[in-house]
Structures are given as structure tokens and as C-alpha cells.
Design a protein around this ligand. Structure first.
Ligand code: HAM
Length: 431
């Protein structure tokens, strides 16, 4: 009986695994150079953790299960609630600000589509304990620092930035009740994902007052941070939100990534816990889903029973990123090919024991070394060495029996030298 892979999952054969490792190693390297420390948590948590504050969309997409004691659990669809739980647990012992990163494997029972799967990897960076816009800017900068590092320019990707706080104050100013704000966020988050007329119909359904709906549409169509200046006089909350956004943009400009960034009020974010600056990075053509998304979530730690501590962060999945890098020719050109330092071959089968011993000595010295199980002719073994991309081939022949000497062949130049095995190994280890 053949069993197919589960819908929305991926098998990582060695070439796919090499791509995945390259992406994840890049994320980790960029996190470290931007001053973040790594953490991780369990792959499942209590179901209710995601029901508290992640929002309906995530809850509908949970893979949930019951353990043998009847406890309701769920496989993590995101790591932010785990982060909040972990930080709350040790809040008094942790030096602040907390700047942490993680690369969890996540599961969401989403409808599989281009760039969205049911199991994926997601780079997370979060800064906890800082309420200033510079921390929001640093999260956006670090995301862009990675994209820039892998070769994506301001002509390829755009960081679209807005503010939940601004949206809330503008909506309240237009007469939307506080109690309706969450429903409005969920609705407005669909703007970029739906055709214009479908969105307009949805808006009309939720906001029957035509003038109110038009004012909302007009606000959502603003496309420059300068347009916000005229909102400043509206009220205090709007003024603070506008100033925060202006600070974010000014800091990003100072950090040299201003040309990647635009104000875009249609960025609302699907998750329920965001409270302030929110952002997503998209491919410039706009044909793919978001490459990453994040924002400020100042109430989540408190909602999880901890103190009221501000936080901001983002998550970047590997799926859209990989598609975009592939489209731009930036993937296979950068993923390092398999590399083997040595392939040990022997001139005939009687020398096999020496071959195993030499390979083992190379490995013990920290070198990667392989050999063939099929001791055909030497040329077959050399072919195998080439197919494994070996840098050098060690040939064990009669001179090994006579004088303990190896033939070392450079696979690129074809050059050969003969050297005593002890001297060769000592040279390799630098002694
Ligand atoms: P999110 O918008 O749900 O935010 O996901 C962030 C990113 O994860 C997306 O932009 C996408 O790259 C990737 N992603 C999400 N769902 C899928 C999927 N089904 N398949 C492939 N990739 C996916 C969060 O998860 C927040 N917890 C991020 C955050 C961290 N906010 C603050 N700190």
C-alpha cells in the first residue's frame, strides 16, 4: 500500500534540505548580527493559549489534539503566545530589553496555496520591554537586513507600514464604536487580499452608512506618510500615532533602508493582538502573499497573566521567500553545493582495510571523508568521488603497502602528490 504525503506538507530531499538550511542559517546569522539571542519552546501547547488572543483566523486553522489525560492541546501555529508565556514565567530574572529570535516549525490547517502550506518554518524576532518606535524600526530593519543580504533590493520588495493605533483613532473619529474595532480590523485586513469590488461589497455590508464607508475607503487609499499631517489636529491619540509612525520612518531612513519602506494604511494584520505599528513586506509586483508580517503587541503579556510590558516583533515564513528568491535567480546561485573534503579510493580490493582506516583517521581529524562500498576499478571510484563533489581524492595503492604513502589528487586541477600518511594528517591538523 502506497501512502502519499499529507496535503500541504513538504518532503526535504537533500537538495531541498540544503536550501532550507541555507535560508535558516541566514536568518540566524542576521539575528545574531542585529543583537538577538535564540530561544525555542515546545511544539504543542494548551489549546486555550491560542484561543485567548490570536484571533479567529488562527483558531480556525489549529491542528488540535487531546492527550491521554483528556487535556486539549494544539500544535503551535505561531510562537508569539509561547514567547509571551515564557517571558512571563521568568519576568523578574530576565534582563531587559529582551531581544530574542527563534525559527520554529509551525502548523496551520490553511488551504494550501502558493506560498501558504500546512507546515512551514518561520523566523521570529521580538523586542520586549521597549515602547519606543525605534524598537519597531529595528524589527523592520532586521527583516530588511536579511532580505538585502540575500540580494533583494528596493526594486524587489516593499515594507508596507501602518499603525493599528492610528487606524483605531481614525475609525473612532469617523464614529465607529470601540466594541466594533476588532471586527473592522478583520474586515480591513481583507482589502489587499480581495478584488476591489468584493471588498467594497463587504465594507458596505458592515458599514451601511455610505458616507462613513466612503471616508473609511478614502483613508485606506492614502499612500504617503505626509498625508497624515492633516490628521494630526484631529485628536491626541491620532497625533501620538502619527508621531510614532513618523519616528519609525525617520529611524529606518537613518538606518539606510528608507527606500524599501512606504506608509500603507491597508496593512492591518489578521492577528488580534496587535496594538500599534504594524507592517508587512511584499514582493513589489504584488503577486505573492506577504513575505513577512509583524507589529507591536503591548497587551499580550498582560493578557497572558503577566505584567503590562510592551513588545514588538515579526514572523517571516520560508515559503513565499523561497518562491521569490527562486524567481529572482537568487536561490540556487547562493545555496552552497554539497561539499566533501576527501574521497578515499583504493587501487584494488586487497587495500580496502587500509582505505577504511585512512578514512576513519581523516574523520577523526575533523575532515569529511567518504569511500565506495563497491570496490570496482579506480576510475569508477574516481567517478563516484566527482559525483559527490569531493575536493580531493586519496588513492591507496602499492606505495601505501611499501612506504605508508598516499597519493593525493586535487579533483579540480587533476594535480597529484605523494605523501606519508602521518605527515599528511599532521599537516591537515596544523601540527
Ligand atoms: P503571521 O502574519 O500569521 O504572523 O505570519 C507571519 C508570516 O509567516 C507570514 O507573512 C508568512 O511569511 C508566514 N506564514 C504564515 N502562515 C503561513 C502558512 N500557512 N504557510 C507558509 N507561511 C506562512 C505571525 O505569525 C506573528 N506571530 C508574527 C509576529 C511575531 N508578530 C510579532 N512577533
Amino acid at each position: 500500500m502506497k501512502i502519499p504525503p499529507v496535503k500541504g506538507t513538504r518532503d526535504f530531499y537533500p537538495p531541498e534540505m540544503a536550501r532550507r538550511n541555507w535560508i535558516i542559517d541566514g536568518w540566524k546569522g542576521i539575528s545574531i548580527r542585529n543583537g538577538f539571542e535564540e530561544y525555542d519552546g515546545p511544539i504543542f501547547e494548551y489549546l486555550k493559549m491560542y484561543q485567548i488572543k490570536s484571533g479567529d483566523e488562527i483558531v480556525e486553522q489549529l491542528f488540535s489534539l487531546q492527550d491521554r489525560g483528556g487535556r486539549d492541546l494544539a500544535i503551535r501555529p505561531e510562537i508569539t503566545p509561547t514567547l509571551a508565556r515564557m517571558v512571563n514565567q521568568q519576568i523578574n530574572a530576565l534582563p531587559r530589553p529582551i531581544k530574542w529570535f527563534s525559527v520554529p516549525r509551525l502548523c496551520r490547517a490553511e488551504r494550501p496555496q502558493k506560498g501558504r502550506l500546512r507546515e512551514f518554518f518561520q523566523w521570529n524576532i521580538d523586542i520586549i520591554g521597549i515602547d519606543s518606535p525605534e524598537a519597531d524600526a529595528e524589527v523592520i530593519f532586521t527583516s530588511l537586513d536579511y532580505l538585502r543580504r540575500v540580494g533583494l533590493t528596493a526594486a524587489d520588495v516593499r515594507a508596507k507600514i501602518s499603525s493599528r493605533r492610528l487606524l483605531a483613532s481614525v475609525l473612532r473619529g469617523m464614529g465607529i464604536e470601540n466594541s466594533c474595532l476588532d471586527a473592522m480590523y478583520a474586515l480591513l485586513d481583507k482589502k489587499a487580499k480581495l478584488p476591489a469590488d468584493a471588498f467594497d461589497a463587504l465594507l458596505a455590508e458592515h458599514v451601511p452608512d455610505k458616507e462613513q464607508a466612503t471616508r473609511i475607503s478614502n483613508f485606506m487609499a492614502l499612500d504617503s506618510i505626509d498625508d497624515l499631517q492633516r490628521l494630526v489636529s484631529a485628536d491626541d491619540d491620532t497625533r501620538v500615532a502619527v508621531e510614532q509612525l513618523q519616528n519609525v520612518f525617520a529611524t529606518l531612513e537613518l538606518m539606510g533602508v528608507g527606500d524599501y519602506c512606504v506608509f500603507d494604511p491597508s496593512i492591518v494584520r489578521g492577528l488580534a493582538y496587535y496594538t500599534g505599528v504594524v507592517f508587512e513586506i511584499h514582493d513589489i509586483v504584488g503577486e505573492l502573499r506577504a513575505i513577512c508580517g509583524g507589529g507591536r503587541y503591548d497587551n499580550l503579556l498582560r493578557d497572558f497573566g503577566g505584567p503590562s510590558i510592551p513588545a514588538t516583533g515579526m514572523g517571516m515564513g520560508d515559503c513565499v521567500l523561497e518562491i521569490l528568491l527562486h524567481q529572482k535567480g537568487l536561490l540556487d546561485s547562493q545555496v552552497p553545493p554539497r561539499r566533501l573534503e576527501f574521497f578515499v579510493a583504493c587501487a584494488d580490493a586487497t587495500l580496502a582495510k587500509a582505505m577504511y582506516a585512512v578514512a576513519a583517521r581523516l574523520r577523526a581529524g575533523g575532515q569529511s571523508a567518504n569511500f565506495s562500498y563497491k570496490l570496482g576499478g579506480l576510475s569508477k571510484q574516481l567517478k563516484e568521488a566527482s559525483s559527490q563533489n569531493a575536493r580531493r581524492c586519496i588513492i591507496i595503492g602499492q606505495e601505501y603497502v611499501d612506504k605508508q604513502e598516499l597519493i593525493v589528487k586535487d579533483m579540480a586541477s587533476g594535480e597529484q602528490s605523494q605523501v606519508h600518511v602521518d605527515r599528511f594528517l599532521a599537516q591537515l591538523s596544523g601540527t
